[in-house]
Design a protein around this ligand. Structure first.
Ligand SMILES: Cc1cc2nc3c(=O)[nH]c(=O)nc-3n(C[C@H](O)[C@H](O)[C@H](O)COP(=O)(O)OP(=O)(O)OC[C@H]3O[C@@H](n4cnc5c(N)ncnc54)[C@H](O)[C@@H]3O)c2cc1C
Length: 439
């Protein structure tokens, strides 16, 4: 019980782990480079309301929740669109990210975790190959376990000895470079028919652009491209939005920043002696839409709870592997298949995407189901009938997507077959199969 645990980063994953461990008597210190009140992003995001309860956290006051946006998807042709209906039954809500951050900070503090802000961690400490602490503001801080929750571009993964098999950095195609900004709505502009427009691959962009009219009458814009986004590209797409969306003003944004969104499958190896990854630093996100808040909370809780329950009783890789195994088996297997589909969709000729939107077979309800991993809607008689009616348009799409659909199912099975026990040879062989879908 006197084990000392150090956490790097006050994201949702780190704070959830800190709260649960501290509540159960562990000595937890969390170091965050940002200042309190200034960490995280100043915008609204979608998350599942039930994660708080599932992770043993207090729920934020309900006034802080608003409804999940009802998206309108627009294909490159800009001729058709699909409206995803509002669905309160989904259990998803929108919440201001900084309010979420403050709420989780309070949960961790109330539980007894020690939180240090303005405290950038610069290095890991080692005892042989074992991680035994961190360097923060020039001071050495020793720990039995270091939880790395420092985000997608964690500089620490690459410092862990090669023998553990961690990936230092995600490849460029696993990162969506995004700019997100907020504008005052154009004065006197009419109410748009579609409040939340999401343009798919507009004008050759390898990504998405959205323009959302928020409840406070401001305009939330995101421009995201896989593999990089230059200032010129951002400006080009701001001009595009001014052309397409009546609510976009000609003035500059009053808020805006660049950020990286993880849009890839989970890293296969998440642990080493004295070290474990949680949240975006493990790349566990939904690759199509980048949702990582739920997963960060689930991972933070899962690791902490396995420690609390004694399922992980020492902090060497051998024991921490139980956490690694559970995360990939339960969650990584959900997301790896989606990554394969996402890559196929991003490489699909525009003509195919436009054609599918033009048939109106994909309804908002259907897309909603698929994005949440259910294919039941696709088998409804009405859908099957429309597919048969539009076979000429659909067949080339099916032909194009079939290999990805097959690979997606196979990848899920491979993820589920992650070795139960820590055996380096078996892990290396499994990792090659798991990563092999993306080589
Ligand atoms: C534009 C955008 C929109 C998104 N929309 C959604 C959405 O709607 N829904 C959703 O679920 N997800 C969304 N995501 C993804 C989501 O933000 C992440 O998946 C999630 O926040 C990951 O949480 P985390 O705990 O891994 O840590 P992060 O939020 O990545 O936080 C890491 C923390 O570590 C700190 N840190 C980094 N380096 C150091 C260091 N050396 N020393 C000390 N501290 C350090 C950072 O300052 C940061 O506070 C979005 C992401 C972006 C960028």
């Amino acid at each position: 019980m006197n084990k000392r645990i150090v956490i790097i980063g006050a994201g949702q994953g780190g704070l959830t782990a800190a709260a649960h461990l501290a509540k159960n008597g562990y000595d937890v210190a969390l170091y965050e480079r940002g200042k309190r009140g200034g960490i995280s992003y100043p915008w609204t995001d979608v998350l599942s309301k039930k994660i708080f309860h599932e992770a043993g956290l207090d729920q934020p006051p309900v006034e802080q929740f608003t409804a999940e946006p009802a998206w309108t998807f627009i294909p490159p042709s800009e001729k058709d669109y699909i409206v995803i209906p509002e669905n309160p039954a989904s259990g998803n809500v929108s919440m201001n990210r900084q309010a979420l951050s403050e709420h989780l900070i309070r949960c961790a503090e109330r539980a007894g975790a020690k939180l240090f802000f303005n405290s950038p961690v610069s290095d890991l400490l080692f005892d042989g190959d074992r991680v035994c602490g961190i360097v923060v503001s020039g001071e050495k801080v020793y720990a039995d376990l270091v939880i790395d929750s420092s985000g997608l571009l964690s500089p620490f993964r690459g410092k862990v000895p090669d023998k553990f098999g961690l990936e230092a950095m995600p490849r460029k195609d696993g990162v969506m470079s995004a700019w997100r900004g907020r504008f005052k709505r154009k004065a006197g502009s009419p109410d748009p028919e579609h409040k939340n427009r999401l343009f798919l691959r507009p004008r050759g962009l390898n990504g998405i652009v959205w323009c959302v009219l928020d409840e406070d009458d401001t305009v939330d814009v995101l421009i995201g491209q896989i593999g990089g986004l230059t200032v010129e590209e951002r400006d080009k797409f701001l001009c595009y939005l001014r052309e397409k969306c009546e609510i976009m003003p000609s003035e500059d944004p009053f808020q805006g920043r660049y950020a990286n969104i993880c849009v890839r499958y989970a890293m296969p190896v998440l642990v080493a002696d004295g070290y474990a990854l949680v949240g975006d630093s493990s790349c566990l996100t939904m690759p199509i839409i980048g949702c990582g808040i739920d997963y960060a909370v689930k991972e933070g809780f899962c690791l902490a709870d396995m420690i609390v329950r004694g399922e992980i009783n020492s902090f060497d890789a051998n024991s921490l592997w139980k956490y690694n195994q559970k995360i990939i088996h339960d969650f990584g297997s959900e997301t790896i298949g989606l990554d394969i589909l996402k890559r196929a969709l991003l490489s699909a000729p525009e003509k195919l995407i436009n054609g599918v939107f033009g048939t109106h077979i994909i309804t908002g309800e259907l897309l909603f189901d698929v994005m949440r991993g259910s294919t039941a809607g696709a088998l409804k008689p009405k859908v099957v009938f429309s597919v048969l009616k539009n076979l000429k348009t659909i067949l080339p799409v099916v032909k194009f997507l079939l290999p990805a659909l097959k690979a997606s199912g196979k990848a899920k099975k491979v993820a589920k077959r992650i070795p139960l026990l820590y055996d380096s040879d078996k892990i290396t062989a499994w990792k090659d199969r798991y990563n092999g879908f993306f080589s």
